[in-house]
Design a protein around this ligand. Structure first.
Ligand SMILES: *Cc1c(COP(=O)(O)O)cnc(C)c1O
Length: 387
């Protein structure tokens, strides 16, 4: 139990150094430099290197998936998947996501069509998806937002009924499981991001996961300029490879991920226990049967709170706490999507409200539960005092 007073009007002491929402997981430097020595000996920096292949195998084992292709970024992974699935026309997606999801569609010549989200789980609302289908719809692009799995069953049923592809942006879902099954096993493809801010990182990087060995082969081809052999370029591919320095970081970080997730779980437990007691603050719930990735810890600051989400966000800064409003503004509010008919806020009432409420709090193992208690003290203080 916390020994912290919940009634004191004395401002909590700010952190000495800035506390951001995340801090990259990094191995011991000696472990990484040992791997670099191998790279220097082999004189092999990229193009299907030994460490690249070892990380693909290691991730398949760790994530319990059959086929995985490492790529240069999550964004590139999305683009490669859309391209390798030969998608064109319209793709239905959520406005509450990273610009990467929607921009990757646009970059591949697809038309994003926004559908509203579920008010509790915050993932695509299957009924809204069904309503958004037109004769030009070719795919559903769901996002396991904050590590919460999409409504897999209903989305797949819609896709089956209308002969649509399903691609999941799983950038937040490294290790998310439903009833013991990795969420990555559903859909035609799932995309992971290994950017520095993600739970598992290779500084920059990502992966495409698919149950289809032929799709894995096509992704492998598309990520290396389409080069099949010395004299054959089979498809108009791009360079989206992961290099050996990134793969070495991934191999060194992989054994640390479970410990990091556990440490984050303890912090989330502190946050949830203390913050859900506050009027107007709701912790985004993990559905039953789901093992959470612990990618983000999200709260919603609702109308019942004495201060708005934006006020709380601003007033944490003097305490050296830099929360983030993921994902505000909605992608549908970007200047280049705003005029799409589906981007109208009247089409997206739930997402429009949620984007005003969500706040991501610092979550990384090295933060520790003592600092998490201090952040709760600060939030309690802000909620009960005028600026
Ligand atoms: C980070 C992120 C991406 C993009 O990944 P990069 O590796 O940065 O290209 C895609 N989708 C979501 C939801 C993300 O959070």
């Amino acid at each position: 139990m916390s020994t912290h007073s919940t009634t004191s009007r004395v401002a909590p002491r700010p952190f000495e150094h800035p506390v951001y929402v995340t801090r990259p997981l990094l191995p011991d430097l000696q472990v990484y430099t040992a791997a670099l020595q191998g790279i220097w000996q082999r004189q092999w920096l990229t193009n299907k290197g030994q460490l690249h292949d070892a990380l693909e195998r290691g991730l398949c084992d760790h994530l319990r998936v059959s086929h995985l292709s490492l790529v240069g970024s999550g964004t590139a992974g999305l683009m490669l998947a859309f391209r390798a699935l030969e998608l064109s026309g319209e793709a239905i997606t959520t406005p509450l996501t990273s610009p990467a999801t929607v921009n990757a569609l646009t970059w591949c010549g697809l038309t994003p069509v926004f559908a509203d989200i579920d008010p509790l789980e915050l993932t695509l609302d299957p009924d809204a998806v069904e309503r958004a289908i037109t004769p030009r719809t070719r795919a559903i692009v769901g996002v396991h937002i904050y590590g919460i799995p999409c409504r897999i069953g209903p989305l797949q049923a819609i896709a089956d009924r209308h002969a649509l592809r399903v691609v999941y942006d799983a950038a937040h879902a490294f290790g998310t499981e439903i009833d013991g099954e990795p969420v990555l096993t559903w859909g035609d493809a799932s995309i992971l991001s290994f950017h520095a801010t993600k739970l598992f990182n290779t500084a920059e990087g990502g992966a495409v996961v698919t149950p289809d060995p032929d799709l894995k082969r096509r992704i492998d081809l598309y990520k290396t300029l389409g080069i099949q052999d010395e004299i054959t370029v089979a498809v108009p591919g791009i360079n989206a490879r992961m290099n050996e320095l990134e793969a070495a970081l991934g191999l060194a970080n992989l054994p640390l991920v479970e410990g990091e997730r556990r440490a984050r779980g303890e912090i989330a437990h502190v946050y949830c226990g203390r913050l859900s007691a506050l009027a107007g603050v709701e912790c985004v719930a993990v559905p039953t049967g789901v093992r959470h990735s612990q990618h983000y810890f999200m709260v919603r600051v609702t109308g019942a709170s004495p201060v708005s989400r934006d006020d709380l966000y601003e007033r944490l800064k003097p305490f050296n706490v830099f929360a983030r409003r993921y994902f505000y503004p909605l992608c549908s509010d970007f200047s280049f999507y705003r005029d799409c008919p589906s981007a109208d806020p009247r089409n997206l009432p739930v997402a429009t409200r949620v984007a005003q409420e969500v706040l991501s709090l610092p979550l990384y193992g090295a933060l520790g539960t003592t600092a998490a208690h201090r952040i709760c003290d600060m939030i309690e203080y802000v909620l009960r005092t005028d600026p």
